[in-house]
Design a protein around this ligand. Structure first.
Ligand SMILES: [Zn+2]
Length: 371
C-alpha cells in the first residue's frame, strides 16, 4: 500500500488516515478522527492539516500513550522517483523510517499484547497526528491532554542507530529579529540614514554570547535579508534564528535574553518575536526510571536496549514538558529521515515489535510502579 501524506495536503493525509483507521479497527481498536485544532495558530490562519487519529485498545483506568505522526516531509509525486523498494535487507521509501514503520510496529505490538490478554485494568491509546513535520500547531493541545491522562508515553519516531531509545531531546526555538532604520542616499545623505543592516549585524554578533555549545545551547541565524538597493542606506533588515537547548532552564534563559535585546544604534528600532515552540525533553529521574523498566523488559527477551540523545525535537518534547515520563525513538531501525536514502532494516522489524510488546507488557503490569 503506497499512500503519500505530505503535511500540507490534508486530502492526501486523510486518505492515508482512512487506511490507517481501517487497520487499527481491524485489531480491535476504538478509532476516533479528531479535526485539527485552530487554537494555536496565528490569528486569521486556518487549520490546514488532516484529521488526527486516536485509537484506544482496552478500557482500563491506567493509560499508556503511544505517540507518533503519519504526515511526512515528502510532496505528492515523490513515489515516482523514490518508490517503495526492497533492496537486500532494506525497505526504501518516503516516510518509511520517519515514521510509518513506527506506526506499524506500535500497532503490531499492541495487537499482540491485547490478544494475549495483557491489558488487565489498563488501556493503550495510540495517537497518530498529521502535522508533526510542520510544528504540531493543530495537535499540540490534544497531545498534551492525552499525555496528562497517561502513566507513560512511548514515542515511535525513528530510533537512534542500532535501535537505541532517545531519553533526551533538545528543545527547539525559533526567533524572528526585525531591525528598522531610516533610509537615505548612500552618497548624498549618508548621515541622515540609520542602517537596519548594521543594527541587525551588531545584534547577531551580540547573541553569540548567549550560546553555550558545551552544554548544548546554540543559536544559528539561518536566514537573513535586508535592504533594497546598493546605494540606499537600508531601512529594513531581518533574520530568523534557530535556537536549541538541552535543559528547560537554558531554554528559558535564552528566551528571556532574546526578548530583552534593545537597539544599539541611535535611531534604530528592534523587534524580536518567537520562542521555544518545543521545550526540551529532559532526562529526568522519571525518564531514567522508565528507561530502566524498558531495558529490563527487553533484556528478558535477549535484547540489549541502549539510550542516547537527539538534537532535534518531536512531539515527545510536549509530553515530557507536561511532566509525563516519555521515551522516544521506539520506531524502526534504519537511516535517512528526510533524505533520499530513507530506509528501514527489514530483519530488525520483527525483533523490534517483540521488544515493544515486552516493554508494553511490563508497563501494563499493575506492579510496574509507573503512573
Ligand atoms: Zn517524525
Amino acid at each position: 500500500m503506497s499512500i503519500e501524506s505530505p503535511s500540507d495536503d490534508p486530502v492526501a493525509v486523510n486518505r492515508c488516515g482512512d487506511e490507517l483507521a481501517a487497520r487499527l479497527s481491524a485489531i480491535g481498536a476504538d478509532v476516533t478522527r479528531i479535526p485539527p485544532a485552530a487554537a494555536l495558530l496565528p490569528a486569521g490562519a486556518t487549520a490546514k492539516a488532516g484529521h488526527h487519529l486516536r485509537a484506544r485498545v482496552g478500557a482500563g483506568s491506567r493509560q499508556i500513550l503511544l505517540l507518533g505522526h503519519f504526515d511526512t516531509v515528502w510532496p505528492i509525486g515523490t513515489l515516482a522517483t523514490m518508490p517503495i523498494k526492497r533492496d537486500g535487507g532494506r525497505l526504501h521509501g518516503p516516510g518509511v523510517f520517519d515514521m510509518k514503520a513506527g506506526i506499524g510496529l506500535a500497532t503490531l505490538a499492541t495487537r499482540v499484547v491485547h490478544e494475549a490478554g495483557g491489558l488487565g485494568d489498563a488501556q493503550i491509546v495510540m495517537l497518530w497526528t498529521t502535522d508533526e513535520e510542520i510544528g504540531s500547531a493543530t495537535s499540540r493541545a490534544l497531545i498534551e491532554s492525552e499525555a496528562s491522562n497517561s502513566a507513560a508515553v512511548l514515542v515511535f519516531e525513528p530510533s537512534l542507530p542500532g535501535g537505541a531509545l532517545k531519553t533526551s531531546r533538545k528543545g527547539v526555538g525559533q526567533f524572528e529579529m526585525v531591525a528598522k532604520g531610516v533610509s537615505a542616499h548612500a552618497g548624498l545623505d549618508p548621515g541622515k540614514g540609520v542602517s537596519a543592516i548594521r543594527e541587525l549585524a551588531r545584534q547577531l554578533v551580540a547573541i553569540e554570547a548567549l550560546q553555550d555549545p558545551a552544554n548544548g545551547v546554540t543559536l544559528t541565524a539561518g536566514v537573513m535579508s535586508g535592504g533594497t538597493r546598493v546605494n540606499v542606506v537600508p531601512a529594513d533588515a531581518r533574520a530568523t534564528i534557530d535556537a536549541r537547548a538541552i535543559t528547560r532552564a537554558d531554554a528559558e534563559r535564552v528566551q528571556r535574553a532574546m526578548h530583552a535585546l534593545r537597539p544599539q544604534l541611535p535611531g534604530a528600532e528592534l523587534f524580536v518575536t518567537g520562542g521555544f515552540e518545543r521545550p526540551p525533553l529532559e532526562r529526568t529521574a522519571a525518564v531514567v526510571k522508565l528507561f530502566e523498566l524498558a531495558k529490563a523488559a527487553a533484556a528478558e527477551i535477549g535484547v540489549a536496549l541502549d539510550e542516547g540523545a537527539a538534537g532535534g525535537g518531536s512531539d515527545g518534547n510536549f509530553t515530557a514538558a507536561v511532566g509525563i515520563p516519555t521515551l522516544d525513538g521506539f520506531g524502526a531501525i534504519g537511516d535517512g529521515a528526510h533524505a533520499m536514502h530513507e530506509h528501514v532494516e527489514i530483519d530488525a522489524l520483527v525483533p523490534r515489535a517483540a521488544t515493544i510488546a515486552a516493554v508494553l507488557r511490563s508497563l501494563l503490569a499493575p506492579s510496574s510502579g509507573v503512573g
